[in-house]
Design a protein around this ligand. Structure first.
Ligand code: NAD
Length: 340
């Protein structure tokens, strides 16, 4: 059986990273047929829109996609294509694992946690306007029982399926008593259905402190969209940075896999960035497709290359200007070689 997968190269540094990942995934021998779709800056120039309908139609038809990062202009310009894909396809759970790997400089030992970020609401509904032009602006933050219940349930089901012991709900219910108050209330209700899994809640500022002091104490973290966005970058930093941080956007019977990182446009076309975040997102995709053995093969090869520390990109060297750092495609070559 051949898997037909939507492949979105993205923009900025995305296309070269996605190309490296495509080569690694094909080297597993799993039959993958790529339905390549353009979104982001390139699509804007070519079609006049950053997210052509054909991209969403392709993902709807194939039910699975591997996506590179896409630039979102600051302040003005088109709204986030990344957020639009998640919302349009109701990919409500953003799953971002952070795990210590041997050989990564500047990382905490024994971290193995997963941030489960609500992906469809909170401040990301993007309902904002100027109250007094140039002087005051306001943004609407939406938290619903429905979205909270399904993301917290997802986190507990994920914990059960992956033999994890604890779920931590992160919020700011001391200040945002209505919105995060609702999130916390619903999280506690859902937690009562899972007596086999420990549950606790933490205020987001305290969570940041705890994570940079005792990250080993955390397992599954479930949180509204904005806190999840910020905490997952922080968690990536604990285990080596954005170059090794994969992610998945999961809905009911549909999923888009993409790294935590953005399009890093200042590196575009330089063959310098670490392809592992996209490659490991691809491994998550293989696992989702039921190709567990191939997923593990990719993860083992990535781990072996990183542990050896020779054919790795600059971010995984002891210093950023290390002359022995290899390029994006060369690191992918080393990972492919480690799979044989
Ligand atoms: P970024 O994640 O693109 O880059 C931040 C820094 O992280 C980079 O300067 C680089 O030092 C490091 N980094 C990122 N990817 C790396 C890799 N593969 N290997 C090694 N180091 C890596 O964040 P940014 O600069 O804030 O955002 C750039 C653009 O990406 C913005 O337009 C933003 O909106 C967008 N973005 C998109 C997504 C997405 O597509 N899902 C996610 C985040 C940001």
């Amino acid at each position: 059986m051949t898997y037909r997968v939507t492949l979105i190269p993205g923009d900025g540094s995305g296309p070269e990273l996605v190309e490296a990942a495509r080569r690694v995934l094909e080297a597993t021998g799993v039959p993958l047929e790529w339905d390549v779709q353009q979104a982001g800056m390139g699509a804007m120039e070519r079609y006049g829109v950053p997210l052509p309908d054909s991209v969403l139609d392709s993902i709807r038809a194939n039910r699975v996609a591997l996506k590179g990062p896409i630039t979102t202009p600051l302040g003005t310009g088109f709204r986030s294509v990344n957020v639009a894909i998640r919302r349009e396809l109701d990919l409500y759970a953003n799953v971002r694992p952070a795990r210590t790997m041997v050989g990564i400089p500047r990382c905490f030992p024994n971290v193995d946690l997963v941030v489960v970020r609500e992906n469809t609401e909170c401040l990301y509904v993007g309902v904002e306007h100027e109250v007094i032009p140039g002087e005051a602006a306001e943004s609407i933050r939406i938290i619903t029982r429905r979205a909270t219940e399904r993301i917290v349930r997802f986190a507990f089901e994920y914990a059960r399926a992956h033999h994890r012991r604890k779920v931590t709900a992160v919020h700011k219910a001391n200040i945002l008593k209505v919105t995060d108050g609702l999130f916390l209330k619903v999280a506690r209700e859902v937690a009562a259905d899972y007596p086999d899994i420990a549950f606790e809640d933490l205020i987001v500022d305290n969570m940041c402190l705890q994570l940079v002091q005792w990250p080993q104490d955390y397992d599954v973290i479930v949180t509204p969209n904005l806190y999840g966005d910020i905490l997952s970058d922080l968690c990536s930093g604990l285990v080596g940075g954005l170059g090794v941080a994969p992610g998945a956007n999961i809905g009911d019977g549909i999923a888009v896999f993409e790294p935590v990182h953005g399009s890093a446009p200042q590196f575009a076309g330089q063959n310098r960035l670490n392809p592992c975040a996209v490659i490991l997102s691809g491994a998550m995709m293989l696992r989702y497709l039921g190709e567990e053995e191939a997923a593990q093969q990719v993860e083992r090869a990535v781990a072996a290359v990183i542990a050896e520390g020779r054919a790795v990109t600059f971010d995984l060297k002891p210093t950023r200007d290390d002359p022995t750092a290899v390029g994006t495609q060369e690191m992918a070559d080393a990972i492919i070689a480690a799979m044989e």
